[in-house]
Design a protein around this ligand. Structure first.
Ligand code: ASP
Ligand code: MG
Length: 426
C-alpha cells in the first residue's frame, strides 16, 4: 500500500461530467488499496474568468482581495469533487490551503511555500478518508491572510504535499499523455518520453514546455519527490520526472539504460527582442542598461553584444513579450544618461532550444543543430547555451519548420503521430 498524491488540472475538472470521471479515478486508486491525497485546480477557465471580473470592478485590484477571490475557484472544485466521491460510497474530505497547512510567505499572487504542516490531512488519512486539497493557495502566518502561488500553482501544491507527507509518487494529471520530445501540437512526430531527468525538465519548462510548472519541478528536485506526469483521459503510463539518484520505477531492477543525448526540443513564441543600438563601448554600460531593465520588472533571458569597430556597440536581449513595453519605456527615459543612439523592438521572434544531459559528455551536439538549420535555409539571430541546452532565436515564422527539422536531425521522430486530446495542455 502506497501514499499517492494526485493533481488534477483545470481541464480535467471542467464540468460535472469531468469531475465524476476524476472522482472515479481517485476511487479506483483507493480501491487498489492506496492512501490518496488530491490537489485540485479550479474548474476550466474559472481563474481567468475571476480575473476578468476583478478587472471589471477595479483597474488594479487590491492584491489581498484578488487572492481571496482567486482562491475561491479551487474551493468550488474541491468541494464538488469530495461530493462526487461521497456519492460513490467513499469517504472524502476537502481542505482549503490554509486548513491543509500550506504556509507561504506574504507575497500576494506569487507566494512561495515556506512550510507545510499537514496535521489535519494526516488525521483524515488515518481515519480512512480520501483527502482533497485546494491547489494554488496558502496562508501567511504574519499577515494571517490567504495567498495564491501564481498561475499554474496547483502543481506546486501537489508536489509540496507529496514532500510533506512523504508520498511514494506525485501524479500530475492533465489533458496530455506525459512529457514529449517536443510539443506534439507543433511537431506531430514527437514521442512520449518514458522518463526525463528533473534538470532536463527544468530546462524544457524554462524554454517553453508547458506541461509542468518550473516551480513545481524545482520543489520536487529539492525535496526528492518523484513526479509522474500523465493523462486524465487514458490509463496509459505517462512520464516519470527523476531527481538526482532516482530510478524509473518501471525499469527492471539493476537494468542500465542507455540515455539519449538529447531529451527534447522546446519551442517558445512568447519572447520579444530589444536592441539597444549605438551604446558607447566603455565599461559600465551593460550594467547601467540591465539595471534599468531589471527595475522595469522585465525578466531578461538571452543577451548578445556585438563587436564594436567604431567605439559604439549594439546590445540585444530577449524578454517576455508582456515585459517589452515597460523595458522600452524605462530605457527611453534614460537615453541621454546611458548615451545610446536608439532602441529597436522586435516581437516577431521565436526561440528554439535543444535540451539533453548527454551534452555534457558528447561533442557535436551543436554542430548537428547548426547543420540542420543551415540545410533548412533558416537564419539564426542569437545563440545561447547552458551545460545541457543550446538555444537559438529565429524569425517566428521559421520556428515551427526549424523545430521539425531539428527534431528529425536528432533522431527524435516517432513512427506514429502523437495523440493530442483537444485540450490546453493543463
Ligand atoms: N487555477 C490556477 C490557475 O489557473 C492554478 C492552477 O490551475 O494550477 O492558474
Ligand atoms: Mg487553471
Amino acid at each position: 500500500m502506497a501514499l499517492i498524491v494526485q493533481k488534477y488540472g483545470g481541464s480535467s475538472v471542467a464540468d460535472a461530467e469531468s469531475i465524476k470521471r476524476v472522482a472515479k479515478r481517485i476511487v479506483d486508486t483507493r480501491r487498489a488499496g492506496h492512501d490518496v491525497v488530491v490537489a485540485v485546480s479550479a474548474m476550466g477557465d474559472t481563474t481567468d474568468e475571476l480575473l476578468d471580473l476583478a478587472n471589471e470592478v477595479a483597474p488594479i485590484p487590491a492584491p489581498r482581495e484578488l487572492d481571496m477571490l482567486l482562491s475561491s475557484g479551487e474551493r468550488i472544485s474541491m468541494a464538488l469533487l469530495a461530493m462526487a466521491i461521497h456519492s460513490m460510497g467513499f469517504e472524502a474530505r476537502s481542505f482549503t490551503g490554509s486548513q491543509a497547512g500550506m504556509i507561504t510567505d506574504s507575497q500576494h499572487g506569487a507566494a512561495r511555500i515556506v512550510d507545510v504542516t499537514p496535521v489535519r490531512l494526516r488525521e483524515a488519512l488515518d481515519e480512512g478518508a480520501i483527502v482533497i486539497v485546494a491547489g494554488f493557495q496558502g496562508f501567511n502566518r504574519d499577515t494571517r491572510d490567504i495567498t495564491t502561488l501564481g498561475r499554474g500553482g496547483s502543481d506546486t501544491t501537489a508536489v509540496a504535499l507529496a514532500a510533506a507527507l512523504d508520498a511514494d509518487v506525485c501524479e500530475i494529471y492533465s489533458d496530455v499523455d506525459g512529457i514529449f520530445t517536443a510539443d506534439p501540437r507543433v511537431i506531430p512526430k514527437a514521442q512520449k518520453l518514458d522518463h526525463v531527468s528533473s534538470e532536463e525538465m527544468l530546462e524544457l519548462a524554462a524554454n517553453g514546455a508547458k506541461v509542468l510548472y518550473i516551480r513545481a519541478v524545482e520543489y520536487a528536485r529539492r525535496h526528492g519527490v518523484l513526479i509522474h506526469a500523465r493523462s486524465t483521459f487514458s490509463s496509459a503510463e505517462g512520464t516519470y520526472v527523476l531527481g538526482e539518484g532516482m530510478k524509473n520505477p518501471r525499469e527492471a531492477e539493476g537494468a542500465v539504460m542507455e540515455e539519449p543525448i538529447v531529451a527534447g526540443v522546446a519551442t517558445d513564441f512568447s519572447q520579444a527582442k530589444i536592441t539597444v543600438a549605438g551604446v558607447p563601448d566603455v565599461p559600465g554600460k551593460a550594467a547601467e542598461i540591465f539595471k534599468i531593465v531589471a527595475k522595469s520588472g522585465a525578466n531578461v533571458d538571452m543577451i548578445v553584444q556585438n563587436v564594436s569597430a567604431t567605439g559604439r556597440t549594439d546590445i540585444s536581449f530577449t524578454v517576455p513579450k508582456a515585459d517589452a513595453a515597460g523595458a522600452l519605456k524605462a530605457l527611453a527615459g534614460e537615453q541621454t544618461e546611458v548615451g545610446f543612439q536608439n532602441l529597436i523592438h522586435d516581437d516577431q521572434i521565436g526561440k528554439l532550444s535543444v535540451v539533453g544531459a548527454g551534452m555534457r559528455t558528447h561533442s557535436g551536439v551543436s554542430a548537428t543543430l547548426f547543420e540542420a538549420l543551415s540545410a533548412g535555409g533558416i537564419n539564426i539571430e542569437m545563440i545561447s547555451t547552458s551545460e545541457i541546452r543550446i538555444s537559438v532565436v529565429l524569425r517566428d515564422t521559421d520556428l515551427t519548420e526549424a523545430a521539425r527539422t531539428v527534431h528529425t536531425a536528432y533522431g527524435l521522430d516517432g513512427d506514429a503521430e502523437a495523440t493530442v486530446h483537444a485540450g490546453t495542455g493543463r
